[in-house]
Design a protein around this ligand. Sequence first.
Ligand SMILES: Cc1cc2nc3c(=O)[nH]c(=O)nc-3n(C[C@H](O)[C@H](O)[C@H](O)COP(=O)(O)O)c2cc1C
Length: 419
Amino acid sequence: MIEQPLTLPCGHQVANRLCKAAMTEGMADAYDNPTVLHQRLYAAWARGGAAILTTGNIMIDRRYLERAGNVVVEDDSVLPTLSAWAQAVRANGSQLWAQISHPGRQCPRMVSLTPLAPSEVQLDILGNFGKPRAATEADIEDIILRFANAAALVQKAGLDGVQLHAAHGYLLSQFLSGRTNLRQDQWGGTLANRARLLLAVVAAVRARVGPAYPISVKLNSSDFVKGGFTLEESVQVVQWLNEAGVDLLEVSGGTYEQVEFFKQIPDGEIRDSTREREAMFLEYAKSIKAVARMPIMVTGGFRTLAGMEAALTGQHTDMIGLARPFCLDPDFPVRMISGQLKALPVAEDNLYLGRGYWGPNSSSAYLRSLNNFAQAGWYYHQLDCLAAGRSPDPAASPLGALLSHLFMDSYKSLRRKFV
Ligand SMILES: Cc1cc2nc3c(=O)[nH]c(=O)nc-3n(C[C@H](O)[C@H](O)[C@H](O)COP(=O)(O)O)c2cc1C
C-alpha cells in the first residue's frame, strides 16, 4: 500500500504514499537564501525515495521569521538558489514542495521585538517572544499578496508543489484560533470570519499558480489548548477547504503553547498502549477524513510499517507524513517500501533534560519548554550532520544540543542583522 502512487485533484501524480513532513532547517545564508547545505540534505533524503519532500518553514516576509536561518521567498533574487535546491531533489528522484509560512506571534525577539499577529496576545515562553502588534486591514492584504507571490516564485523556481502552513500556532493558525484572534472585524469573531484569511490565501495562491499546480494545507486537528481551535472547528474548516481547490490536507495538532506534535514520553513511562496507538492525530483525522473531499495526510508518530499500512488500508489517511525518522535514517523509505524495514527508530523517548520535575512533563512550564527546545536542538544537530555529508549522531546529548542550538540561533540572528 505505501508503494502505491496517488493522483491529486489537480492531476499531479505522486509516486508513493510517503512524504517527508516539514522540518525547519535553519541553513539559509545571511541574506535568507537557500544554500548548498539544503541541496546536500535534500539530495540525501531524495535518494531514499519518499514521494514528496516538504521544505521546512519558508518565510514570506523577511521581517518576521520563525527563526534566523529560515529561507525567505520575497522576490526574484532567491530564484537561482531555490532552483538549485529543487534540482538537487529532482535529480535524485523525488519532488520538492515548499512550505510557505508566516510566524505571527511565534517570531522570536531576536528576529523582531514586535511581531505581527491577529491580536495583541503575547506568547509567554521563556521570555522569547515580544508583544505582537495587531494586523491592520492593510497588513492583512499584504499578507495575502505575499503568500500568493511566494507561491508563484516557488513554482517559477521549479518546485513541484506548495504547502500553506496553517497549523502549529503560526499566523494562519492564530487567525483560526479564538484564543489568539480577538478581532471584531471581518477577520475575527465567528469561525467563518477567523477562517477568512486562510481561505483568501488559498484563493489568491490558486489564482497565481493555476489549476494544475499542487496546493497543500497543513491544518491542526485541534490546538489542544483551552479556548483554541477545536476538532469541531477543524472539521468545518475542512468542509470550506473542499470548495477551495486544495490538493492535499496535512493533519497535525498543537501549537508552541502545547507542543503536541513533539510528544516526549520519558523512558520507563511508555506504556505499550501508547506505543501501539502510534500516530497521535489519527483518531482526530478520522473525523476530518469523513468530510474531506481532497486526499489527506496524517503526520505525527508513525514509526512502523504495520501502523502505516493499517492507517492506509483503513482509509483513515491517503498519505503518511513523517519527520523525525528522516533525521536518523535518511533513506529509510526505499527499505520500507520493499518490506525490508518494519520499524523506525524512536529517539524522542530519550530526549529530555531530566526526569520527573526536570523532564518534559514537569509541573514547571519553563522546564517543559526547555525540554522541547532540547529535543528540537537535538534534531537540528542531526540535520546539520546530514547536510555536512556526515552520518547522524544519535549519541549526542540533549543538553549539548540545547546549548549549541541557543548559541547558533543567536549567532545567525546577529549575522543577518549586520550584513
Ligand atoms: C526539528 C523539527 C523541525 C520541525 N519544523 C517544522 C516546520 O518547519 N514546519 C512544520 O509544519 N512542522 C515542523 N515540524 C513538525 C513536523 O513536521 C511533524 O509535524 C512532527 O515532527 C510530527 O511528526 P513525526 O512524529 O513524524 O516527527 C518540525 C519537527 C521537527 C522535529
